[in-house]
Design a protein around this ligand. Structure first.
Ligand code: FE2
Ligand code: FE2
Length: 298
């Protein structure tokens, strides 16, 4: 379909008309990609099927973690010295913490934004399906952890202050909310690219589990890549400038809350890749399943 090395920066300019056309095209994509919305369950038909496939064909790591208690003691809040903990455990606690932020953010937003029945505009509908997709990601992350025999993971709310911030965020008017929402998606995408690369090294002695984690991650990345373009499409020239300024502080601030991340991930490199993001770094196999704004295609 689309050829690699054929993309422009995610910060490329576009006209108001192009944005309108891209919302139409995203909506057409997301409906066939995600399938019917199951609003009661915060779920989507095609995603549910994918998860069921993973659950019905389980893969489990050959060996449990060296010390599963280390994971359970540190996954919600890191209590030990991360430097004294093995890289596999650090990888899994980082995945949990990243997903937990996502889960808290979307749980707050789900209660606030219009339901599909209440949706008045196309962007309302897009946002509803987008959030349902994020709930599916949390289920996918849960399955990743189960692949490493971690069956007792619970999704714990954040502290009251952060919980409150996540509740206020979706109530903000578009001109305040759209830029950080875009940068957050971009951060997700660059984080997942780093995670994908890290699987290779950290899970080298677990080829089957590594393959399964990668399959699950790619399911998420196909969506995230589309979210990046979709949220980009909400902002105009001022938002673009603000977004570029926001990349570094937002990434740094976010990962400050995951103290073990810096032992595995190069956060500064992630920032550079976020600023340079143009889809050329994404494999063609994932790109053909996803969606890219027309103005980011050369
Ligand atoms: Fe997500
Ligand atoms: Fe997303």
């Amino acid at each position: 379909m689309i050829e690699n090395k054929a993309y422009r920066s995610i910060f490329s300019p576009c006209s108001v008309q192009e944005r309108k056309e891209n919302f139409d095209s995203y909506w057409a994509f997301t409906q066939q990609h995600a399938g019917e919305l199951l609003e009661e369950d915060k779920d989507l038909v095609n995603k549910r099927e994918k998860l069921k496939y993973f659950q019905d064909h389980p893969v489990r790591s050959r060996n449990p973690l060296p010390n599963p208690e280390l994971f359970y003691r540190n996954y919600v809040k890191f209590k030990d010295d991360p430097q004294s903990v093995d890289r596999k455990t650090l990888l899994l606690t980082t995945i949990y913490k990243f997903a937990r932020h996502e889960w808290v953010g979307i749980s707050g937003a789900w209660e606030i934004i219009p339901t599909m029945a209440e949706a008045k505009t196309l962007t309302d509908k897009i946002s509803r399906v987008h959030l349902a997709e994020e709930f599916c990601h949390v289920r996918f992350f849960h399955e990743m952890l189960r692949t490493f025999h971690l069956d007792k993971v619970e999704w714990v709310p954040l502290g009251p202050v952060k919980q409150k911030i996540y509740k206020i965020f979706p109530r903000l008017p578009g001109f305040l909310m759209d830029t950080p929402a875009f940068v957050t998606e971009l951060m997700g995408m660059t984080f997942y690219q780093h995670l994908d690369a890290l699987f290779e090294e950290v899970l080298a002695d677990e080829p089957e589990a590594r393959q399964r984690l990668r399959e699950i991650l790619h399911e998420i990345m196909v969506d995230e890549m589309a979210h990046v373009g979709q949220r980009r499409n909400f902002i105009g020239p001022t938002g673009i400038k603000a977004a570029q300024l926001m990349v570094a502080p937002l990434y740094r601030g976010f990962f400050r809350d995951i103290p073990e991340a810096k032992y595995l991930f190069n956060i500064e490199q992630m920032i550079q890749e976020g600023l340079a993001f143009d889809y050329n770094s994404v494999s063609p196999q994932l790109l053909t399943r996803s969606w890219v704004p027309s103005y980011c295609q050369a």
